[in-house]
Ligand binder design. Structure first.
Ligand code: HAM
Length: 420
């Protein structure tokens, strides 16, 4: 038997229905915020991710799916959505009108070679939002609230936005120096990854799950210097302004100096959406320099992404009836050739009128059809028989009350519409 690759999954039954429901909710919801859908390729030139996500990040060093195509090009399956959107904004010169704030959202599969566990897959789906061409914390507040309010709309309880700032270049440089100076004497007490990070990406040490799980590591990290003490006045003011805006919007946030994010393109505000059990459903931040880094004009930007699989796991906990059982409106039973032809024709008419309909396409006997109809929780059964058909009549049975009625063939659709 050929099995699915490790870290992938088949979305079946209820979960597949939740996925569909989610993508519909997202489309309608984003329309109210005036964001446009953007679809970019699932694979891009490898260089795009090296230059945006960052050469030394875990994603680029350990997790990308890289390959050479038949034309000897270096290609990578996208590990995230931001880089592709930025590439598209630059390539299509979407910033033509310099005053427009560009607002996009996307929903698509991403690929990371990670160790699979609950809510962590190698193929997963992100819903993401990217907004360009404003440096105002008001836009950060709007973007943060898009994600926060969506989770509220979905009735996922107790979401907190964990908020931090990485400041501007100067704040970050001063802070990184102080952090490295503090951590150096403790280097041998940190995990191997963090020993390497001290050279390549010291801020990432702050959110090392492994070191934090050990008492020794936690004690070291808890006493580390805080970015807040190294912010330039401009960065500090901007962070305060954002908090003011979020309070106005009733976003439940909490400042967490350990949120540093795993991608290199961020500056200033960064945040994560976290459940009360500590599951991170999404994260994002401002990235004012990425468009320029990738060869575009100076175009400040801010965005976030959420993992749909993680949202589906949460929705499973607060699941609503409608996802659990799919109910059929009508099952049409047929045995003889004439009955089968009538069933085929009627089913099409019903389906085109939004009635969820099923017929016997497997040449089953009546008894099996009754069983299948019950299994599908059919509200009505149409039990076709040659004699009724000759008189232009259809026999309908209410599958709950078991009451049977003969209806004129030409009136059957109307009858069902009224009675369902
Ligand atoms: P990220 O934090 O790497 O950010 O991913 C965002 C979300 O994607 C995570 O919080 C999680 O829900 C989901 N996710 C990530 N990896 C996996 C995985 N292996 N399996 C399942 N779900 C996963 C970004 O990707 C940035 N591009 C977000 C962003 C947009 N920043 C600015 N704009």
């Amino acid at each position: 038997m050929i099995t699915k690759p490790k870290g992938t999954y088949d979305l079946l039954g209820k979960d597949a229905r939740i996925y569909n429901y989610l993508s519909n909710v997202i489309d309608n919801y984003m329309d109210n915020y005036n964001y446009d859908l953007i679809r970019t390729p699932i694979f891009e030139a490898s260089e795009l991710f090296h230059r945006s996500v960052g050469e030394t990040t875990d994603i680029v060093t350990k997790e990308t799916y890289d390959f050479k195509d038949r034309g000897d090009r270096d290609i990578t399956l996208r590990p995230e959505g931001t880089a592709g959107v930025v590439r598209s904004v630059i390539e299509n010169k979407l910033y033509g009108n310099r005053n427009d704030v560009l607002k996009y959202y996307y929903l698509g599969t991403m690929y990371r070679y990670e160790r699979p566990q609950s809510g962590r897959n190698r193929e997963f789906t992100q819903f993401g939002v990217e907004a360009f061409n404003s440096d105002d914390p008001m836009l950060d507040a709007e973007v943060i609230s898009v994600g926060y309010n969506l989770l509220q709309e979905l009735d996922i309880p107790d979401i907190t936005v964990k908020l931090n700032t990485l400041g501007d270049l100067e704040s970050r440089k001063n802070y990184t120096e102080a952090l490295v100076k503090y951590l150096k004497p403790h280097i041998n007490e940190l995990c191997e990854d963090c020993q390497r990070r001290l050279e390549t990406n010291p801020l990432r040490i702050l959110d090392c799950k492994y070191d934090r799980s050990l008492e020794k590591g936690r004690a070291i990290l808890d006493k580390a210097p805080r970015i807040n003490d190294y912010l330039t006045k401009e960065s500090a003011d901007r962070f305060k302004q954002l908090q003011k805006n979020l309070t106005l919007l009733d976003v439940d946030f909490e400042i967490d100096p350990n949120i540093v994010r795993g991608l290199d393109y961020y500056d200033h505000n960064v945040w994560e959406y976290v459940t009360k059990e500590g599951v991170t459903l999404g994260g994002g931040g401002r990235y004012n320099n990425l468009v320029e880094t990738l060869g575009g004009p100076h175009l400040p930007a801010v965005g976030f992404a959420m993992g749909l699989e993680r949202i589906i796991l949460e929705l499973n906990k607060v699941i609503e009836e409608r996802f659990i059982e799919k109910q059929l409106d009508v099952y049409i039973m047929s045995v003889s050739e004439e009955e089968k032809l009538t069933a085929l024709k009627l089913a099409q008419e019903f389906r085109l009128n939004n009635l969820r309909t099923e017929i016997n396409t497997a040449n089953l006997g009546l008894k099996s059809q009754f069983k299948i109809a019950d299994g599908l929780k059919a509200k009505f059964l149409i039990i076709l028989n040659n004699e009724d058909l000759k008189k232009g009549l259809i026999n309908v049975k209410d599958n709950v009350t078991k009451e049977e009625t003969k209806v004129d063939e030409k009136d059957i659709l109307d009858w069902l519409m009224i009675n369902i």
